[in-house]
Structure formats: C-alpha cells, structure tokens
Design a protein around this ligand. Sequence first.
Ligand code: NAD
Length: 250
Amino acid sequence: MAATLEQAARALSDAKNVVAVTGAGVSEESGIPTFRGDHGIWVKYPIEEFGTIDAYLNDANRVWAFWCELSELVKDCRPNPAHYALAELEGIDRMETVITQNVDNLHQEAGSTSVIEYHGNARHLVCLQCRKRAPFDLDNRTKLAPKCVECDGLLKPDVVMFGETIPNYALFEASARAQKCDVMIVVGTSAQVFPAAELPFAAKERGAFIIECNREPTDFTRLITDAFLEGPAGETLPELVTLVKAELAI
Ligand code: NAD
C-alpha cells in the first residue's frame, strides 16, 4: 500500500462509480465526539448501560436522559469541510452514494443528496409498537421517555442501538452499492463496528480501489487500503477534491 494523494485523485477522476463509507471521525471536526478512544462517549457512558436496546427497554427514562444530553451536545453542530468535500464530489459526478454510520444528518446538511443511513438518524424518534416515526424536537424535549401520539407505545431515538438489527433497506442497498463501486472512500471509521465494517472488504473483493482517510491506521489500512490519507478528514478530503478537479480540468 503505497499510493499517494495524487494516485488517489487519479483513481477518482477515472472512476465510474464512487461510494463513500463514513464513520464518527468525519464529524469529529464538527465538534461531535467519536464513540471510542480515550475521549470517546462510551468511556463516560458504558455501552451496556446506555447503548443497548435492552438498556432502553429496562430503564427508558435513564437512557432517554443520556440521549437528551447527547442531543444538546450536537444540536448546534454544523457540517465541516470533510462533509462539504464529499458533497462536492457528488456535484462533479464523482460520488454515487454516501453510506454513513453517523446519525447526525450532517452529510445531508452539507448537500449530499444520496445518503444511506446505516444506523438511523437521531433527529427522529420511532415508536417501538407501531413503528411510526416522528421528528425529535430538540427544543421541546420531554424529561421522561416520550410516548407515541397514535398508539401510546414507547418512542425511542430512531437509531440502531446495540442488540438491534440494521434496517433492511440500508443493509441491502449499502451492500449492493459497495459491490458495484470501483472506488470506495472510507472516512473516519475504526473498522470495529460490524456489519458496516464489512463494506470496504466487499468492495475490495470486487476489485475497488480503496482510499482511506483517518487520523490513524486501522485494520483497513493494514489489510485492504490502497491509498491512506493520514490526518483530519477536514483537511485531507478538500485537498483530494482540489486535485480531482485539477485532473478533470474543472
Ligand atoms: P469510532 O468512534 O469507532 O471511530 C472513529 C474513527 O475516526 C477512528 O478510527 C479515528 O481514528 C477516526 N477519526 C477521528 N477523528 C477523525 C478526523 N477528524 N478525521 C479522520 N478520522 C478521524 O467510529 P465508528 O467507526 O463510526 O463507529 C462508532 C459508531 O458510533 C458508529 O456506528 C456510529 O453510528 C456511531 N457514532 C455516530 C456519531 C455521529 O453521528 N456523529 C458519533 C459517534 C458515534
């Protein structure tokens, strides 16, 4: 694995079908903490107590309070140059779809129009009984876990908690897109959360060129990455897009 930024830009400018897979790291420069690492959310709030569907079912009000605190933290966060760079690639016809593990809606806010939300979207709530969705009104949060206005079932943030399955559409569509792309850009993901971490491997098996943007090497870097762009994605991705535009003379 020795390809450079220039080779990555060339692969992108020659590509017919580009897909991005993003994780918590793409939103780090927007001020949203990642979940792992020394300052990760799970250090302060253990996964078993706050991140699982069982925890929600056992004590919804306690876990709801955690989600409210988290929402307060991210309420005013805005897309950063990494989100805008991916949206710009779509604008120059070099991005089919962004598959994101994030639940923060920032790719859409940056202008990406084709986004597969692998783990849901924290701006919505879903009823555990009738599955009806409702917006999560961050300015009028209830102190206790809210109930569905239609059926009085328990509402929960519309995110995939540990112990829940990935929504069918996201699972199958993301897998199909990963197998079809000829370049995949993997941004800010630790390769620890499955099945999302399988997507770059599926792309590589079908011959895709893998560009990885991360602050530090991951299992992807060691096993399948063709071009590793080390550093904050808010710096490396805009640099990459500038080079792609130069290659395409636009
Ligand atoms: P992770 O926390 O396991 O890993 C984050 C990765 O990003 C690490 O490899 C880290 O080195 C890298 N990174 C950190 N800052 C970066 C930067 N500025 N530029 C480039 N890389 C950077 O995240 P994950 O792999 O996405 O898995 C955690 C799960 O938690 C995900 O499934 C996601 O659903 C969820 N999550 C979402 C958000 C969000 O919506 N913003 C935030 C935290 C966690």
